[in-house]
Each structure stands twice: as structure tokens, then as C-alpha cells.
Design a protein around this ligand. Structure first.
Ligand code: ATP
Length: 475
């Protein structure tokens, strides 16, 4: 548990001292600060308070009647790792101060205590504690959201997706998930289902691209016996199977135009008919559709019904390309390397510097799926537990630096700011001189410090690329 500020945002401090006069004195000295102070005169009383109501800080007298101060320090830390301890002793010795800090004490003070010094220390502690608590809370929220059912991400773009998803999940009846191939649309659909009120119900997947037109309708809506040649039995479709849960229609753009009207009826009224059966049926189902295609363009080309498009586009979640969220790359690489390291019995699997540089500059057109498959391959191919450039599939390891990468000035979201263009150009020049920063700075006519500043702008870790040329350039 993370001790929180006590009443009215005041931090709680416990003074553990066998001398009641010393407790009273410390209470008086700290009375003007934004803290609440309690006292304990024995080790046992101290531990009782730590167990029942852990304070943010303990001012611990090293000499207690029933237990050695350092032992008490250990016990406090075991019971409440987030509680800080400042040790107070009458006799200063460097060894005991060092030992106290090594054993995890936050600070060390000797008697007689200077009132000014103590107040300064407590003020500094409350400020630091405030910062640590805020950072800790943000971090756990991020981790919790990022790990939402295996949909990893911590980039601003993914944070925006998570935030939208959390707002949509309780209320949507139909949602559209868009994004390039391999960006995680199906994973997102599963998370949306998990977050929705029907999470206990079934999650049925229909891959619209995998079904021939003739089978599509029957697969989706079912049929009755004798409805057509070969329909020997009455069969429920996916729509009915998903009743009480979610139907995921992957590759919705591939739904034959002939079936789109029936799909619209399902979306509008939750009504459908089995093939050959005139009775309309009702279902209680949430529908999530996904596509990597631009449905708007398909509407203009009359390949997709406009009314169906508007019904779907009403609630849209768009997943960014992997290349546009490089902050996630490190997270995903780590995740997949851990997974495949376990799978192939190669714990502690890592990328060499050159491999890292390659992974960071390769555009990953197949997005997370391509990254996952490639790292799976690398984990299988590498000899020890270090993956090098040549362990990557050839299409990636032979990815040429020179001339192969056009600097893109726009992303899916639109044109990019000048600062980003500048950063990309600097990266391009750096690539062409095989990571030689002095040479790159010379060509660009800027100092090395400016070059570092420009590269550092995204906060993205820039692996050293000096050794890349040797390892990753095609023979
Ligand atoms: N954010 C993520 N965190 C962890 N794994 C992910 C993430 N995004 C995608 N993946 C993994 O990448 C692979 C592809 O994901 P998914 O099938 O959801 O992509 P998709 O966008 O539906 O692809 P397609 O358009 O080709 O159907 C899956 O194995 C999935 O587990």
C-alpha cells in the first residue's frame, strides 16, 4: 500500500522515541508544517501503528527499550515498504550512519537536533513524497491501461486510443475499428468487449474476407434445413451465437454488396432472418467492425453502402501505425523478446546495438504483427541470447539505408510540423553516414550539440548506429 497524505492532505509522521519529552518536543517543532504527528514510546507500539495505519515517515530513535533501532528499521520496511524512516541517534558514528542508509533509511540525524535542519529536512521530504506519489499513481494507471488485455502501448497516440476506448466501452452498441494491417484491431476489439457490460457473453469472430460470397450469408445468419442444396440441417449463424455478447466483423469492407443491406438491418434493429426462414429474429448483440481500408473512398466508388458507412463510422477508433508511435516500439520489443525468449529457452534475449538501430529505422509496414513475427523468427535463429542484424528475416536485414527510405512528411493524421521534418532529415543524414555524428553535423552545417538536441526531441531512445553499416548493409 502506498501511504497517502492523511487528513486534509497532510502527511502523517510517527515519532518513535522512548522519551515522551522528546516526542512532545518534535511535535512542537514541527507543528507549523503541513504534517500530522503521532508518537510511540516502544518498538511494539511503533509496529502496531505501522501495521494498522502506515505513516509516510517515521522519525526513529535508534535506542528503543525493547528492540534495537536497526532491527526496528528492518521490520518497518518489511511491513510498509513505502514508509520512509529517518533515524535519530544520540551518538554519531559514520559506520552506523552508513549502515542505516544501506539498510534503507531515508536519512540520519544526530542529537541534539537542530530545529532548523529538522524542519528543512521535513519540508524537503514532504515535497519529494508528493512528487513520488504523483509519479507512482500515474505510472500504475498507465501500466494498468497499457496492459489492458495484452494491448500494449504507452505512446501519446495509444494513450488517446485507451482513453477513447474507456469512454466508449460502457455505452456503444456498434463500433468501427480502423487502422493499417497488423496494428492490433482485433486485439482492441477484444479489449472493448472485455470492458463492456457484456464481457461475460460470447465474443464471436467473423472474418468477412475469408468467406466466399455464397457462404457468407449462411455463416452470418444461419439457415434452415432445405434452404438450399446442401443445407441438410438447420444451423445457427454467428449472429445468433454471439447473442448476449459481441460479434466482431473483421475486414468489414469485404462484405459483398448483396449482403450489406441485411447487415444494415441487423445494425439498425438487431433483426435478421435465417436463410429460408421468413420469421424475423431479434438478438441482443454488440457489433464491432474492423477494416484497414478507407470506407469513405469505397462509398464514393459505390463499393460500400453509404447508409451502412454512416451507421458504422458513428463510433470510430483509429489505431496508429507502428512507425507513428515509436515510443511503443521499445515496449513491444521487450514484450516479444521476453515471450519468445521463454518459448525458445533463451532467457534474457536482447537485440545487439546494430539490430536495435535496424529495428528503430525500419518502417514496419506490417506494423505490430510484422514486428512480432520477425522477433519470433529472430529468437529462433539467433545462436546465443543476442539477436543480430543477420538473424532478422532477409527482407528486413537487407533493408537498405541509402535511397530506400523516402522521408515522409505526412502521417495518417495529416502534415507533420516543421520540427518533425527537421528531425527526420537529420536522422536520414545520420543513416547515410552510417551513424557518424561528427560527419552528419558537418554536412548539416550544425554543431553536434544541436544535432543531439534535434534527435532528442521526441524523447525516443536513439540507439547508437555506428556499428550498423558493417552489420546490416547488404553484401
Ligand atoms: N498493442 C499491441 N500490444 C501487443 N500485441 C499487439 C498489439 N497490437 C497488435 N498486437 C499483436 O499483433 C498481431 C496482429 O494484431 P491484430 O490481429 O489485432 O491486428 P489487425 O489490425 O486486426 O490486423 P489485420 O488488419 O491484418 O486483421 C497479434 O498477434 C497481436 O497480438
Amino acid at each position: 500500500m502506498h501511504p497517502r497524505p492523511g487528513h486534509g492532505n497532510r502527511w502523517e509522521i510517527l515519532v518513535a522515541d522512548d522519551d515522551p519529552a522528546a516526542i512532545a518536543l518534535l511535535k512542537a517543532v514541527l507543528s507549523g508544517l503541513d504534517v500530522t504527528i503521532t508518537g510511540a514510546e516502544t518498538g511494539a507500539a511503533t509496529l502496531e501503528i505501522i501495521k494498522s495505519h502506515p505513516p509516510g515517515l517515521v522519525l526513529l530513535d535508534l535506542i528503543m527499550p525493547d528492540v534495537r533501532g536497526l532491527e526496528l528499521l528492518d521490520q518497518i520496511q518489511q511491513l510498509s515498504p513505502e514508509t520512509d524512516v529517518i533515524l535519530i541517534t544520540a551518538h554519531y558514528s559514520t559506520e552506523s550512519a552508513v549502515e542505516a542508509i544501506q539498510r534503507g533509511a531515508f536519512d540520519y540525524l544526530t542529537k541534539p537536533i537542530s530545529i532548523d535542519k529538522l524542519r528543512q529536512k521535513i519540508i524537503a521530504w514532504t515535497e519529494q513524497k508528493q512528487r513520488r506519489t504523483a509519479a507512482h499513481e500515474l505510472e500504475s494507471k498507465l501500466v494498468e491501461i497499457s496492459q489492458c488485455e495484452g494491448l500494449l502501448g504507452m505512446s501519446p497516440a495509444m494513450m488517446e486510443v485507451f482513453s477513447r476506448m474507456q469512454r466508449i466501452a460502457p455505452h456503444y452498441s456498434t463500433a468501427l475499428v480502423t487502422g493499417e494491417t497488423g496494428t492490433g484491431k482485433e486485439v482492441l476489439a477484444r479489449v472493448l468487449h472485455q470492458l463492456s457490460p457484456v464481457s461475460e457473453g460470447p465474443f464471436m469472430v467473423c472474418n468477412c474476407a475469408a468467406l466466399p460470397e455464397t457462404l457468407f450469408e449462411s455463416e452470418l445468419f444461419g439457415h434452415i434445413r432445405g434452404a438450399y442444396t446442401g443445407a441438410v440441417d438447420t444451423k445457427k449463424g454467428l449472429v445468433e451465437a454471439a447473442d448476449g455478447g459481441t460479434l466482431f466483423l473483421d475486414e468489414i469492407a469485404e462484405v459483398p454488396v448483396s449482403v450489406q443491406a441485411k447487415l444494415l438491418r441487423l445494425l439498425q434493429n438487431r433483426q435478421f432472418q435465417r436463410i429460408g426462414d421468413p420469421t424475423p429474429r431479434k438478438v441482443n448483440v454488440r457489433i464491432i467492425c474492423a477494416t484497414h481500408r478507407n470506407l469513405r473512398t469505397m462509398v464514393d466508388e459505390r463499393l460500400f453502402r453509404e447508409d451502412l458507412y454512416y451507421r458504422l463510422a458513428h463510433v470510430e477508433l483509429r489505431l496508429p501505425r507502428l512507425v507513428d508511435r515509436q515510443d511503443d516500439l521499445r515496449l513491444l520489443v521487450h514484450h516479444f523478446l521476453t515471450r519468445f525468449g521463454d518459448q525458445f529457452g533463451k532467457p534474457g534475449l536482447v537485440l545487439s546495438r546494430a539490430a536495435k538501430a535496424l529495428a528503430w529505422r525500419y518502417p514496419w509496414p506490417g506494423n505490430v504483427r510484422e514486428l512480432e513475427n520477425s522477433l519470433n523468427y529472430c529468437a529462433m535463429m539467433c545462436r546465443g541470447n543476442v539477436i543480430d542484424v543477420e538473424d532478422f528475416p532477409e527482407s528486413i536485414s537487407r533493408y537498405k539505408l541509402e535511397g530506400s527510405r523516402a522521408i515522409t512528411f505526412s502521417t495518417d493524421e495529416g502534415l507533420v510540423p516543421l520540427e518533425e521534418v527537421e528531425r527526420r532529415y537529420v536522422q536520414e543524414v545520420l543513416d547515410r553516414v552510417q551513424g557518424n555524428r561528427t560527419k552528419a553535423a558537418e554536412i548539416l552545417g550544425i554543431g553536434r550539440a544541436t544535432l543531439y538536441r534535434i534527435l532528442g526531441r521526441t524523447g525516443r531512445p536513439e540507439p547508437e548506429s555506428g556499428s550498423l553499416a558493417k552489420k546490416s548493409q547488404p553484401a
